[in-house]
Each structure stands twice: as structure tokens, then as C-alpha cells.
Design a protein around this ligand. Sequence first.
Ligand code: DAH
Length: 353
Amino acid sequence: MNAATWKEKLSAIRDSFSVSIAQKPAGNPGALELHYLGRKGELALLLRDLKDIPLEERKELGALGNTAKQEMEAKLSELKGAAAGAAGPAAKTDLDLTLPGWPFPKGSLHPLTHVMNRLAEGFLKLGFTMADGQLIEDDYHNFEALNFPPFHPARDMQDTFYVDAKDQLGKPMLLRTHTSPVQIRSMEKQDPPLRVFHTGRVFRSEAVDASHSFAFHQIEGLYVDKGVSMADLKWTADAFMKDLFGSAVKTRFNPSYFPFVEPGAEVDMSCIFCKGGANAAERCPVCKGTGWLELMGAGMVHPNVLKGCKYDPEKWSGFAFGGGIERFAMLLYGISDMRMLYENDLRVLKQVQ
Ligand code: DAH
């Protein structure tokens, strides 16, 4: 925390204290005292944060904090005096069981959790089941079984965090760079046909900016059965986008490359801000005037991937897709900077209920 934020927080605490004191919870100044000045009270916690602030600034902030504390103590003892006086000499206790309780702040789900829940609802309705995965993966499930041979340049697209532990083959374990390993783990666990999805966290060694982070979230889907075709993928992707963004959106496929699908595609959705470029008087900043937003990777599961999981590619075919949850959340809630999703600022998080 920097000095400016600290000051803002102090003034927020003072403001909320003034409001509370103006409402005079007459029988219970003790509860107010505990809430603001107690050992784990708001002010005490803020004063504890001072340790993170450089020494030169800490002195001034400390003094401000102490003044606020003294003021609050004075107001509270005034209130206590008034309460005692009003209750008359017989009332020796602050306890009044007839008063309403101190309000608990109401929690809400994080926007990313909201989006993941909505996606889960949609895919459960389409007959997909929720599959499990793991955040620390081995090279085989994250790359090799997905048809990324060692040294294949496609690995470079996913700058990887390796950890100290080694897998059974002696290769370093890693933080999964995408949710696609869940495809492999699901096929290893279950014989075809299979229809699964998974949402969860992934990690890449990337600098954080408005649209990148070293940890983010993805959704993955996989459907393998007899006679599954690209047409099934197109229908599913279209239904998925319409469920999330409304029935007016259109989808289109562009050819693309991912080692674990053939053919591979990028799935675009018509821009929800300029309505696919219709009536665009000026260039839409979100889709850069193209009328389309790139939302997912997808394709028909590569025969090598099926074979590796002991699924006979002559008999079974399937489609897979994957996309970023942050991107969905940003579009759905009109968030322009991804970092807002990670800063835990209640003013932002409370807007999604
Ligand atoms: N795993 C890919 C990534 O993170 C996204 C992806 C592309 C997933 C194509 C898929 C797929 O299932 O078929 O870049």
C-alpha cells in the first residue's frame, strides 16, 4: 500500500465512524468501540499496515492515525456518558438485548466465479459433465500428450513456470499453462463416448498489464463420440456464446493452429459494443473496428491425441475448445483493465452481485 491509499483508507474509516456515531447506537457504544478501535478493529488494522510504508512517510501517517484515534475515543466516551445519563443511575451495563444486531457486511461472489458458474450452468444443460484437473502438471499432460513434441516451437507460445519437483520421467513439473491437460486426464480416466468441461486457473510467465497476467482462468471443453464433426463444434460454440452474451450475437470460425487439433480454429463473436460494426459512426475501440472479437481456440481433436489416450481415431472423433474466463468477464461487465479483477477493491467487486 502507498501513502496516498493509506490516507484514503483512513479518511474512509473516519467517515464511516462519523456516520455510525451520528446514528448513536445509544445502548451499545461498546460495539462501536470494538469495531473501530478494538485490537482487530478497522483503525488498528490500518495502523498495522503502516509497516509496509517507507519510514519518511510513516511518521506523518502515524501522527494522522493517532489524531484520528484520539478523536474517535473522545467521541465514544462522550457517547458513553450520554448513554449512562439517559439510562439513569440504575443502568450499570451496556447490554441491551432488545437492540438490533451489528450489521454483518454482506459477501458476494467474485466476478470470475460468477462467470465460471454461468458457464458451468450452460454446459451442464448441454449434457457436459464437470471434469477435474490439477494446477501442478507434468510435461506429458501439459504438452507431450497434446501433441507438442519436446522442442516444438508451439511450446514457446506458453512461457512456462517450472517448479523444483520432478515427474516420474525425471522431467521438471510445471504450473499448467492451459486447461487442455484436463482433456488428456479425462480420456485416461474414462472410455468414450465422453463430454466434459472444466474451468480453472492457469499460469504463464508473463508481465502483468491491462490484458495479461501470470495467473488467469480458462474454460476447456471436450466431446468425443462416434461421428462428431466440425458442425457439432460450430453449433456448440454458437449456443455457448448466445447463452452468455445474448441471442443476437453471431459467431464465425477462422483457421488457426494448435498442435492438439486438426483442423484448428479461432472462434470469433460479433462485437457486442458496436453490434458487429453495424451503424459504427467511429472505429470501435474494443474490436478495433473489425466488428469481431476473438474469444476461443477450438478444433477437431488430433488423431495423435486420441491414440495417445487409447481412443481409436478410426472409430471415434471429437472436438475441443478453450478460452479465457477473464476476457468473458471483461466483456460481460464492461471492465477495461484486467488488473481490476485482482485488486480486491470492493467498490469494483460489489458491482457484480
Ligand atoms: N489451450 C489453448 C491455449 O491456451 C486454447 C485451446 C485451443 C484449447 C484449441 C482447445 C483447442 O481445446 O481446441 O492457448
